[in-house]
Design a protein around this ligand. Sequence first.
Ligand code: KG4
Ligand code: ZN
Length: 340
Amino acid sequence: MTVVMGIETSCDETGVGLVRDGVLLGQALASSMEEHVRFGGVVPEIAARAHVHAIVPTIRAALDDAHLELSDVGAIAVTTGPGLATALHVGVAAAKALAIAAGIPLYGVHHLAGHAAADTLDHGPLPERSIGLIVSGGHTSLLHVRDLTRTPIEHLSDTLDDAAGEAFDKVARILGLPYPGGPAIDRIAKEGDRTAIRFPRPLSGSGDPALGFSFSGLKTAVARYVEKTPDLDVADTAASFQEAVADVLTSKALRACRDQRVETLVVVGGVAANSRVRGLAQERCDAAGIELRVPRMSLCTDNGAMIAAIGDLLVRDGAKASSLDVTIHPTIELQTAQLF
Ligand code: KG4
Ligand code: ZN
């Protein structure tokens, strides 16, 4: 069986993971998050330079964590998109160098397919059909997933404007909380009352697209509320905003399961680390008799293990390697896990 190394550099995390036959053998992660805090968001050039510094030590650390040598690795998977162009280039260059030096196959993979595959490391193979809710800093999509590797992934809906994670980051900024906003809001919301303010549930009216997402109006509603509330309670506001996001995400995900007659919901991506999204999804899935799969928190946010996981699925499926002139796709939509 082949050990697959996964390399992830699409945003501000340099991640390397090693997976064999669906089992995570080891991983390492370096982050340039601290360097972006004072800018309130990821600065692509800073992220790319940090990847250049971190990539070789992170590869070493992942191998050490798995007690493996480079010569044990039989295939390399790397995120070729979507993501920040200059950041993606660093991982792709490293992956090509390793593939050429070691004479092993290279697989260019879609970052979001990696997010979905992350769950297989915790909960085993996906069922024949599942609904995937991908909620990250750049994407919010409901997907009808079959095998993840061969059959094209069907998009049931994508956000019309901001992604859920982006909304967390922007609202955190409005509330004077640090970047990244998701974890900051999650933390302070624990001290607040989620029923204190009834923020709008976007696209939840009877004439709206049942599975549609939109978060920029919700962000504006929070901004208005903050402007007109002199003695603002940040914890209550954060908790109420978080509740609106969790409510919309989970009710539409459950709706998709019902519509498609699918019995498994898989929630992945950075926002799947959110405690209320996890809690409410569990509550509603239990009530509807739907199996909920959410990976452990550290596999929700960007990491190398998830890229190794999708690479391992492709290798075991007998997928043909990508060519060594594979390049980056900064804005590519998720249709297939492998990118050529
Ligand atoms: O998947 P990810 O690590 O990177 C992208 O591919 O975008 O997601 C990052 C996003 C950020 O917007 C971050 O604020 C959000 O995920 N996030 C959270 C939490 N942890 C990370 N949002 C809400 N609650 C959290 N606990
Ligand atoms: Zn991601």
